[in-house]
Design a protein around this ligand. Structure first.
Ligand SMILES: Cc1ncc(C[n+]2csc(CCOP(=O)(O)OP(=O)(O)O)c2C)c(N)n1
Length: 649
């Protein structure tokens, strides 16, 4: 055994680069796959991560690396959550134990990490378009390499995947799409394309069955002068028309190959070698089992899609007995409200569990819509429902609403439809890193006319805000963090809040802190620290990020003469900016104002508390910024104090 816990005599131990995989004899690849699988399970059990998806593509990855040669050949993963085996086999085995930890291996492909990673990814659906661009660039450069996109069936619910297929098929470029079909998105895959893929598989089974029964039938005596085989043949002809595998892809300009078993390395290697010879758009349809090789994940792939640390022997997730998460409270509130108002409907873009809607879906199946990984469609679908008098609540991660920006503006806000956006994971999400931080929603929503934006200070206030949101006559977003609640009591029934009104939590005349959502509690804590130093701080819970409580803000800012804004979001165009605008517009621009939030950088992965601390977004950081303001430091000096360790590394 070595320090990584792998056996020194193992095949994996000899693998330092993709060339080493290529050089292995075919017979060794199965053992290699098992060793990779074991390392993934062991590491994710300790660190958390995307287990089931990664386990499903171990053989596929080994076979790809046997046939294709990154970095010369370009392999692009869609989403990238399934790339653990690829990371392990492309030179990152010895660092894999640092997966998703600060400064360690990222949970998604990362160009900075390896020349074998061609594209930083995390959001679904772009791999085909990326591959089309890489293939076009290869034409320009006259180089000779293969471009391969690895795409899950879930990602075929994304509109952008079809935009990519549409161009790539017609452009007739040398491009390979490997469709990794496990019939699952995070939950079972949905929609007409999922049904189509399923029919292809069923058709394949029918073909196999047909071959087996043919011999038997030939030996059975006939009926009324016709042989049993003849009768069956007639049936078979009818079946042929039932499904022509991959016809849809063929019509789009791709040569369809499959479906093939995505766990049979020998078969995969043969197929990849054959396909490699073509210089046309090729689509290889592989069938895999999500969670393959770890029975708990095979049995419950949704739970092991993205999972925290767990016990390998039992599959039990190691969980602290803390307060309910914001997500849980959102889910409970939805159920309470839906029970009273039959017009309430819930929409998710493939995140039934992540957004806390699983129980709602069970209780109100006809009012729950999983639209697939189709955020844009989900937003417009909600607009259509709202037009006809329904109260759609789109439960969506902040980062994924980025996809729906134009629809939010054009289809919802411009027409003032009362669609509620429950923006989960708003702020820093931690280990999933820059593609997943919900840092931008305040900035990209607050400039859109007609929208109301709220951010709860605790989980009970979240329930009240969702309740308030459905009373409004226009669009509304409620943003809340990826976090447990504060443990405050939750009222039996949520109550609507006065619209556009903030709340004073402490009074003081040295400094006014205006805090948004998740930053309210640490601001109150900071005010207590400062009070012990005889600094008197007023803390305002903004509650409404739009419209602002102008009167209260102007009154309290004038009293304190110094304002500190605190938000878990980008500073550029964010909540603090809106306070600066207000003060300037009202002739109070000379009030000293400082802003804490996320600076102009993409934030890497780490735990949420590590990242928040980087930017001074905890009680100590807020108190330090307040102290420094009162000492009269310049804004530039103040910023350098708070962003010391959080600067891009
Ligand atoms: C735009 C976007 N929406 C939602 C997600 C969250 N998400 C991550 S993986 C995933 C399911 C992907 O399914 P599939 O492509 O079939 O891969 P599998 O995990 O089944 O291997 C979803 C919905 C995302 N990454 N990007």
């Amino acid at each position: 055994m070595n320090t990584q816990g792998t056996d020194n005599n193992s095949i994996l131990e000899q693998i330092q680069s993709p060339e080493n995989v290529r050089d292995l004899p075919l017979e060794s690849l199965k053992v290699l796959a098992e060793e990779v699988r074991e390392l993934i399970i062991r590491t994710v059990a300790e660190r958390g991560g995307h287990l089931a998806s990664s386990l499903g593509v171990v053989e596929l990855t080994v076979a790809m690396l046997k046939v294709f040669s990154p970095p010369k050949d370009r392999i692009v993963f869609d989403v990238g959550h399934q790339a653990y085996a690829y990371k392990i086999l492309t030179g990152r085995k010895d660092l894999f134990h640092t997966l998703r930890t600060r400064g360690g291996i990222a949970g998604f492909p990362k160009r900075r990490e390896s020349e074998c990673d061609f594209f930083d990814v995390g959001h679904a659906g772009n791999a085909i378009s990326v591959a089309a661009g890489l293939a076009q660039a290869r034409c320009f450069s006259g180089l000779d390499h293969k471009v391969i996109a690895v795409v899950g069936d879930g990602s075929l619910t994304c509109g952008v995947s079809y935009e990519g297929l549409n161009q790539a098929g017609a452009a007739e470029k040398d491009l390979i799409i490997i469709l990794n079909d496990n019939e699952m998105s995070i939950s079972p895959n949905v929609g007409a394309m999922a049904a189509y893929l399923n029919r292809i598989m069923t058709g394949q089974l029918v073909t196999r069955f047909r071959a087996e029964v043919k011999n038997i039938l030939k030996n059975i005596p006939g009926v009324m002068g016709r042989s049993m085989y003849g009768l069956a043949k007639q049936f078979e002809d009818a079946l042929k028309g039932f499904v022509t595998p991959g016809r849809l892809f063929e019509d789009l300009g791709f040569n369809y190959v499959g479906p093939i078993d995505g766990h049979q390395i020998k078969h995969l290697v043969e197929t990849f070698n054959n396909v490699k010879r073509f210089r046309e758009p090729m689509l290889i349809h592989t069938i895999t089992c999500k969670g393959k090789g770890y029975c708990e994940a095979e049995e419950n792939p949704s739970r092991f899609h993205g999972v925290g640390p767990f016990e390998i022997a039992t599959g039990e997730v190691i969980k602290s007995e803390g307060p309910p998460s914001y997500t849980d409270v959102f889910g409970w509130t939805m159920i309470k409200m839906a029970a009273k108002d039959p017009k309430i409907v819930a929409i998710t873009a493939a995140m039934e569990y992540g957004t806390g809607l699983a129980e709602f879906a069970r209780l109100f199946p006809s009012r729950f819509f999983d639209v697939g990984i189709a955020e844009q469609h989900g937003v417009v679908f909600a607009a259509g429902l709202a037009k006809e008098g329904y109260r759609p609540i789109v439960a969506i991660y902040s980062t994924f609403l980025q996809r729906g920006y134009d629809h939010l503006l054009h289809d919802v806000c411009m027409q003032e439809f009362p669609v509620v956006f429950a923006l989960d994971r708003a702020g820093l999400v931690g280990e999933d890193g820059p593609t997943h931080h919900g840092a931008f929603d305040i900035c990209f929503a607050r400039h859109i006319p007609n929208i109301t934006i709220m951010a709860p200070a605790n989980e009970d206030e979240l329930a009240d805000m969702i309740c308030t949101a459905v009373t409004l006559n226009g669009p509304c977003a409620v943003r809340y963090p990826r976090s447990e609640g504060l443990g405050v009591p939750i009222k039996k029934e949520p109550e609507p809040l006065p619209v556009g009104k903030a709340q004073m939590l402490t009074e003081g005349d040295d400094l006014l802190i205006i805090a948004a959502g998740s930053m309210v509690a640490p601001s109150v804590e900071a005010s207590a620290i400062l009070a012990s130093e005889n600094i008197s701080v007023a803390v305002m819970n903004a509650r409404f990020l739009k419209p602002l409580d102008r009167d209260l803000i102007l009154e309290k800012a004038a009293i304190a003469g110094k304002v500190l804004t605190v938000e878990e979001g980008m500073l550029t165009g964010g909540f603090g900016s809106s306070i600066l605008e207000l003060l300037a517009d009202e002739g109070l621009g000379d009030i000293k104002t400082s802003r804490l939030g996320i600076p102009d950088t993409f934030v890497e992965h780490g735990t949420r508390s590590e990242l928040l601390a980087d930017f001074g977004l905890n009680a100590e950081g807020i108190a330090a910024r307040a102290r420094a303001m009162l000492e009269g430091l310049t804004e530039a000096k103040l910023r350098s104090l708070s962003f010391g360790s959080g600067r891009p590394r």
